[in-house]
Design a protein around this ligand. Sequence first.
Ligand SMILES: CC(C)(COP(=O)(O)OP(=O)(O)OC[C@H]1O[C@@H](n2cnc3c(N)ncnc32)[C@H](O)[C@@H]1OP(=O)(O)O)[C@@H](O)C(=O)NCCC(=O)NCCS
Length: 159
Amino acid sequence: MFFKVLSDTDHVENFDCGNKDLNIFLIKNALNYQKSFVSKTYLLHNQNTIYGFYSISATLIEQQQTDIRWPKHPLPAVLLGRLAVDLKYQKQHLGSLLFAHACKNTVEVANTIGCVALITEAKNQNAFNFYSKFGMKPFKNKQDTLYLKIKNIIKVLNP
Ligand SMILES: CC(C)(COP(=O)(O)OP(=O)(O)OC[C@H]1O[C@@H](n2cnc3c(N)ncnc32)[C@H](O)[C@@H]1OP(=O)(O)O)[C@@H](O)C(=O)NCCC(=O)NCCS
């Protein structure tokens, strides 16, 4: 099982995570987003089997939504826009593997140009519960947006 960046030659057309919007994103939009530098999509795959994917991009967050005290202006972050595992392979810790890979990429961004957190929008209660397992905390005034500070990611990745 390997990670790779999505490319023209990947057969993503049969991917089904049970969420229509996420399926359509991977099958129809992800490559165009990537070619336009809007987001980058990573696949967890083995030859022609696509186990799961996630997409990340750059974003800005409001400092006062978090427990970050300084500086008091919008702060750079990485947005985990989408993450999904094919129905056939759910509950086998592949979602966790995808999340850990997104964390590693976030640390790369932090070390290269600076960013303070990984954030995501939980589209439903299941997603909220899933992300909470990794220590993600809700924004103060926007409970479905969750963040994990870079300092905590680094601590987890380098115990
Ligand atoms: C959410 C999703 C990515 C989880 O993937 P997965 O491979 O099944 O998750 P994992 O096996 O890595 O589970 C990791 C942990 O989260 C928990 N978990 C997984 N799905 C959960 C859910 N729906 N509710 C609560 N906890 C959940 C698991 O029990 C596990 O905890 P444990 O280590 O204590 O056992 C997958 O169910 C999915 O693709 N769903 C549809 C798309 C979606 O909702 N994406 C997220 C929003 S963009």
